[in-house]
Design a protein around this ligand. Sequence first.
Ligand SMILES: C[S@@+](CC[C@H](N)C(=O)[O-])C[C@H]1O[C@@H](n2cnc3c(N)ncnc32)[C@H](O)[C@@H]1O
Length: 230
Amino acid sequence: MISISNRLEKVTTYIPKGSTIADIGSDHAFLPCYCVKKGIIEKAIAGEVNQGPYQSAYNQVKALGLEDQIEVRLGDGLEVISAQEVSVVVIAGMGGQLISNILERGKDRLPGVDLLILQPNMGARFIREWFEKNNWKLTEESILEEDEKIYEILVAKRTNTPFVFTESEKLLGPLLMKQNNSSFQKKWKRERDNWEKILVQLERALPTDEVSERKEQLKKKINAVSEAIK
Ligand SMILES: C[S@@+](CC[C@H](N)C(=O)[O-])C[C@H]1O[C@@H](n2cnc3c(N)ncnc32)[C@H](O)[C@@H]1O
């Protein structure tokens, strides 16, 4: 059996049994290999844009004898799949800005996909913004800590009902705000401490318009976080 991180294991819990998935930015293809071995899925596409990780994914799939179930494809983002080919897209272990960018550029490949499982290492707000603009309803969120790092997982389904997040919801996650667990508290206390340090430095900087604007943005974020973790 292949062992994977708690982070990736948690991602797999959102994959419906029997679905066909695309794991974009698959690196060693640990996630699809684990899912096939565990019987969660029967078919997967592992996408990689870089030659090194593509080769690692290919070697891993071959070593486990899973070539019939997992196809490793070299390409940028969602261009490795065609519309209607998979029902679930997983993108894990990248920044939220890059993930939302991959979704935006690959929109034409999303028909047929009814579930997005995304695990940004930072900047989850870019993904929530993309959901809002593109009518994907955030159905589940989780936050977990592993090796001193804190990760968020966002799961979304299509919706026909437009919605808007508040600024706080976009930043912190509406469902995570409700859960308000210890990892959430830890992440946002850490972020707030950083922003407060930056604010002190900006107080000493020349008071240009840019500096004032940056200070205002930071104060808003600090207030939103303080309200959420009080
Ligand atoms: C840090 S690894 C994450 C691997 C795995 N998904 C995980 O969560 O452990 C990020 C991977 O994404 C790949 N990547 C980055 N941009 C990509 C893109 N536009 N399309 C496909 N893969 C991409 C990188 O080559 C790298 O292997």
